[in-house]
Design a protein around this ligand. Sequence first.
Ligand code: NAP
Length: 336
Amino acid sequence: MTINIGVIGTGAIGREHIRRCSTVLQNARVVALNDINRDNCQQIVDQLTPEARIYDNAIDLINDPQVNAVLVTSWGPTHEAFVLAAIEAGKAVFCEKPLAVTAEGCLNIVEAEIKAGRQLVQVGFMRPYDSGYRALKAVIDSGEIGEPLMLHCAHRNPEVGDSYTTDMAITDTLIHELDVLRWLLNDDYVSAQVIFPRKTRKASSHLRDPQIVLLETTKGARIDVEIFVNCEYGYDIQCEVVGESGIARLPEPMSVQLRSAAKLSTTILTDWKKRFIDAYDVELQAFINNVMSGEMTGPSAWDGYAAAVAADACVAAQNSGKIVPVKMAVKPAFYR
Ligand code: NAP
């Protein structure tokens, strides 16, 4: 069986996912493409998917009976409408983060899915598919370190462009921690606070960098996440879980240990695409398998909503300097 996929948005991550579907993954082929810029689609047809049809209108792509499942990899503010249209058409949809740019938009999707009577949405949070995070979760779930009490995390990028703003440290960067830490702890957030240490001279004049986000969970665990997007030295993701009887750390990506020129060293990655390249493959293969089995697993529309609510609280905390409550709606039985 082969799943025919339609892709909306053929920019950076869209192209990566199309390459994956065409050259790495099993049981999938890209048959339809849409982008606001038609030339982007044409390039992909020329280079990767000669048989794919180009649509000028994303809704027509979604409604094409030949398309079994939809990938939404366009600009964030367009996601909600495309995901709702896919649900309306009864089609499985993989939506890159964010599911919608507001928590209210995510709830619209949750409600549409409940009305449709089956889960159709997988959100593109890939860290739960990373082998390191999976190994870390297995240790926590085994009880070996006791109950998790504190998490010390860091999300560092070598640099960001001038268009990167202070709130994007939450909505574009921390959003991955907001998702994966909930999953890791099987817990939800109750409050958020943001602290701004001394600013690096490497950041643009309008950007406050670094930042420290402090989160509290329903079970009382405390989490600190350093976000430092002009750290210069590499793309570095850290996560240390302090439990009642031990400490578990996210493994470093595999890298050869080098003894040379009187130094012992390992390379630190600089490109985010490489850090989670395997996780992207596994998450998208999981989506294709879900479409084949008819049962959606992985980050759900509810998880997309939960991350959005927490992100909203963090942005409010950036602006107010106060501890801001994270107020989630009651989780519908549909997602339990
Ligand atoms: P990008 O390179 O700007 O690509 C987005 C593409 O969507 C562009 O080709 C854009 O065209 C097109 N587009 C914009 N509005 C559209 C519309 N109404 N209909 C159809 N196509 C439209 O951005 P990206 O880096 O690929 O990011 C895309 C999404 O993936 C974002 O939501 C981002 O947060 C997410 N993402 C997730 C990860 C992850 O780690 N999971 C990593 C990267 C990105 P124009 O360029 O002409 O506007």
